[in-house]
Design a protein around this ligand. Structure first.
Ligand code: FIX
Ligand code: ZN
Length: 416
């Protein structure tokens, strides 16, 4: 090996170590702290019945779709284990993820002993297990997805509880923006004087509703997922609600509005939560929002691979736009590699390269292990290109950069 090759290998090793050692803030998950009781999902049966894996198992099983939903969680897990792990090698990213999580939690993956894995999790308590998983994933804190329209979650917030400081809230408002017709009745039931017509008085009441929940949850940001045909501006309840309610309230509380764009809900309703798809969206409306509302902060992720380049260019134009994550069907090593490389080349370090979207606590172990590896490799390539120019980097600078990517950029954007 030449001395240059040796230097590059050493640099690569340092970057991997530093990225692994940098604690993470995970800015979008579907996790809950143990205070939320049954809403916190964890353990091997939940890992195996993740909706990504249910979609995969239904491709290879002959089970009628409607039969799947009559099975218990354990029976569904057995089905997935048999078809996706025993009858064929588990090479998909979602399958591999289960194995990485079990392995990193100290279980013997070679044994293929599902009963032993179940016994391990049965011996844990949720509180203990949160500590174990946070340590194993080197996670500092996470942002939940908190939906005031969820019948299980709503009463918990209303009753109030002691907060686990590692779990931050995000106010999720999909029903408000995507189904105003139904939401209007719910708001009325909670004492907000709203009418379907969205006149001035109704808009003021929607603003009051949003403010109340931001304060109640101490929400770091508001968030919505949107279909590929989302447009702004337009003459629709959603566009009116965004322009006249969400954005003014976000400005008042100085919090970002997160838009997750490109999900085609229920392409196959028989698959329930696993039945959503993807479509190409418009980046123009993101640019419109950033330009028209310069005093608002926008966090944006898009689901279609084909939207990523245009979205990077939009982010070059607007400092009030924070790009984040490789969302859902993009959370695969080859796509994270491609997207992260493009983002670094176009935006330098001013992005949040990843979030986990974990629904099951143990998933943060694998999602972050896999993403860290890709991010470190891409970063190491970029540093190698820099050193080839004669630029010299020291470890503290690599630590500084990794800290920005894995949490610092998000917190700076929140505090801006
Ligand atoms: O809308 C979202 O936040 C999506 O991430 C989820 O609804 C989706 O089901 C998911 O879990 C993706 O990873
Ligand atoms: Zn999500």
């Amino acid at each position: 090996m030449s001395s240059t090759e040796q230097d590059t290998a050493a640099l690569r090793g340092s970057v991997r170590r530093i990225v692994a050692e940098t604690p993470i803030t995970d800015l979008h998950t579907h996790l809950f702290s143990p205070d939320f009781g049954g809403l916190l999902l964890w353990g091997v049966d939940e890992l195996l019945t993740y909706h990504y894996l249910l979609a995969e198992v239904m491709r290879v099983s002959d089970l009628p779709y409607e039969k799947l939903w009559t099975l218990s969680t354990r029976e569904k897990a057995d089905l997935v284990w048999q078809h996706l792990f025993l009858d064929r090698s588990p090479i998909s990213e979602a399958c591999r993820g289960v194995l990485t999580a079990l392995n990193r939690l100290g279980l013997d993956v070679a044994s293929r002993d599902l009963a032993a894995y179940r016994a391990f999790f049965e011996a844990q308590t949720p509180g203990q297990h949160v500590d174990t998983v946070f340590e194993c994933a080197n996670l500092k804190d996470v942002v939940m997805t908190n939906d005031p329209f969820d019948p299980e979650e709503h009463p918990l917030w209303m009753a109030g509880f002691e907060r686990d400081p590692r779990f931050h809230a995000a106010l999720r408002i999909d029903p408000l923006l995507n189904d105003w017709g139904t939401t209007v009745e719910k708001l009325k039931g909670w004492g907000y004087n709203v009418e379907p017509g969205l006149g001035d008085a109704t808009r003021a009441e929607v603003r009051r509703f949003l403010s109340d929940w931001i304060v109640r949850m101490k929400a770091l940001y508001m968030a919505v997922s949107l279909p590929p045909d989302f447009v702004m501006p337009e003459d629709s309840p959603r566009a009116t609600l965004i322009a006249e309610c969400v954005l003014p309230v976000a400005r008042e509380h100085n919090i970002p509005f997160a838009l997750m764009i490109g999900v085609k809900r229920q392409v196959n309703p028989a698959l329930q939560l696993a039945g959503d798809g993807v479509g190409l969206s418009s980046v123009d409306c993101v640019a419109h929002l950033c330009a028209r509302y310069p005093d608002n902060k926008f966090m944006v992720t898009m689901l279609a691979r084909e939207n990523q380049h245009e979205l990077c260019i939009a982010a070059r134009k607007f400092r009030n736009l924070c790009l984040f994550g490789c969302w859902w069907f993009l959370n695969d090593p080859s796509l994270i590699d491609e997207i992260t490389r493009m983002r670094f080349e176009l935006l330098g370090l001013s992005v949040v390269p990843q979030h986990s979207d974990a629904r099951v606590l143990d998933q943060v172990v694998y999602k972050w292990a896999h993403s860290r590896e890709v991010i470190a490799n891409v970063l190491a390539d970029k540093y190698a290109d820099l050193t080839a120019t004669g630029w010299v980097l020291d470890e503290t600078e690599i630590q500084r950069d990794a800290a920005k990517l894995l949490g610092g950029n998000f917190w700076n954007f929140i505090e801006r």
